[in-house]
Ligand binder design. Structure first.
Ligand code: UD1
Length: 393
């Protein structure tokens, strides 16, 4: 059996890493394809190495572009790779453009029967690989989000669906998927988190002078938060007010940095390098994007996290840290129902109120969602092993 896995952007690396490690442990042949959607060293190479992943076998080098340009670029480059590799199973994770693009290609590919071309693999008569989607079924029901389109299309085309929470199962059944296609396996992002916590504490030393629980953390990169000047200005104003009492660190995504510069909003920020030199620590401290272990190191000891990310809502739930999600909705409802997450919208006053509440005694404590136990990748590989006789219908 040969498995081909696709990654493209930062959160993909975190999700695929435990699965690749599990496949290698069991001696299952696998190929890792990186689309090149994220390409900066800190967004890609350093992330992979923090997670103990090798350099991907194939890098499509597609890079940035509009949604159509990026998606089409990935599709065009990926088709040849798929025909050459002829995997039995293709694994896609998450909801980024790379996930969607490769899923569409694989769903339409037709391998010639009994081909012995290319790398010498004999393809066992399947016309196309079995498409497996890890982190299936999540829905924000907000089609203004590019990720929601990616989730809906990827799930529609996937054969096997691995879900992280009960809402995913229900959403998929409502969309006509069969119960037999859906596997509730837990959360691979949490596999990575639990595996790397200790390493993040020991290996990262650059934040040693920062006192635990005496700071908060911010991540913002979604178009809905950072692409409009008024919205971004309002969010930053609320965060600046909170930072008068609690310094906030902001590792800034390149797309956010561009917008901050374009809108002339740099005045909100102090440089992180100055943090140790000032007596009054108050303020919003900006820093370049962090590697996986660096971010985990800072997140573990934060007293609150403000974010518009998906995965960070889940990670903070496991770490027991209050998470203020600056979005109108979430596709991960279990983090609100059982975890530490509060979805507060984009209004400055709501962000401010939620920040104050999160830092007070009434902050959410949360509990661990079912099967978020660090063993999801093992369950996924068990299912993959049982797919050997699967035929596309
Ligand atoms: C992508 C995902 C998003 C995910 C995020 C994690 C889609 C639609 N979005 O958003 O779901 O939460 O990754 O980070 O797939 N850039 C660089 N260097 C890089 C990568 C990007 O400078 O290595 C800049 C470029 O200006 C680029 C912009 O960031 O145009 C956006 O990158 P892109 O991959 O299109 O989307 P993200 O915002 O990163």
């Amino acid at each position: 059996m040969k498995i081909l896995s696709v990654v493209g952007a930062r959160p993909n690396f975190v999700k695929i890493a435990p699965i690749i490690h599990e496949l290698n442990k069991r001696g299952i042949q696998n190929v890792l394809v990186h689309t090149g959607q994220h390409y900066d060293d800190v967004m890609s190479r350093d992330f992979l190495s923090d997670l103990g992943l090798p350099t991907p076998d194939i890098n499509l080098g597609v890079g940035s572009g509009s949604h159509a340009v990026q998606t089409a670029g990935i599709m065009t480059a990926f088709e040849g790779v798929l025909v050459h590799e002829k995997p039995d199973i293709m694994l896609v994770v998450g909801d980024v453009n790379s996930t969607l693009a490769c899923c569409v290609v694989a769903s339409k590919i037709q391998f010639p029967d009994d081909s012995k071309e290319g790398n010498g693999n004999t393809h066992r008569g399947r016309e196309r690989p079995v498409i497996c989607h890890v982190e299936a079924g999540l829905r924000s029901f907000d089609r203004c989000m590019p990720e929601e389109i990616n989730r809906v299309v990827t799930d529609a085309l996937s054969d096997v669906l691995f879900v992280t929470e009960e809402s995913g199962r229900i959403n998929l059944l409502n969309e006509g998927k069969k119960e037999s296609q859906i596997h509730f396996v837990g959360n691979v992002m949490i596999d990575s988190l639990l595996k790397h916590k200790r390493l993040a504490m020991g290996k990262v030393t650059r934040f040693n002078t920062i006192k635990a629980k005496e700071y908060g953390l911010i991540t913002l990169h979604r178009p809905s938060s950072v692409d409009g000047r008024g919205t971004l200005n309002g969010i930053l104003e609320a965060l600046r007010t909170i930072s008068e009492n609690l310094p906030l660190f902001f590792p800034m995504h390149p797309r956010t940095r561009k917008q901050v510069e374009r809108f002339g909003l740099g005045v909100y920020f102090k440089a992180f390098e100055d943090f140790n030199d000032v007596d009054t620590k108050a303020g919003l401290y900006v820093m370049p994007p962090l590697t996986y272990l660096e971010f985990l190191n800072l997140m573990m000891d934060a007293s609150v996290v403000f974010t518009d990310s998906g995965g960070i809502q889940e990670e903070t739930t496991i770490l027991g840290i209050p998470c203020v999600t600056i979005r109108e909705n979430t596709e991960r409802p279990v983090t609100v129902e059982q975890g530490t997450n509060s979805v507060v919208g984009l209004e400055p006053q709501s962000i401010l109120d939620a920040g104050i509440q999160a830092l007070g005694d009434t902050g959410k404590k949360g509990q661990t969602p079912e099967l978020w136990d660090g063993k999801a990748s093992g369950r996924i590989v068990d299912v993959l092993m049982a797919l050997q006789t699967w035929q596309a219908t």
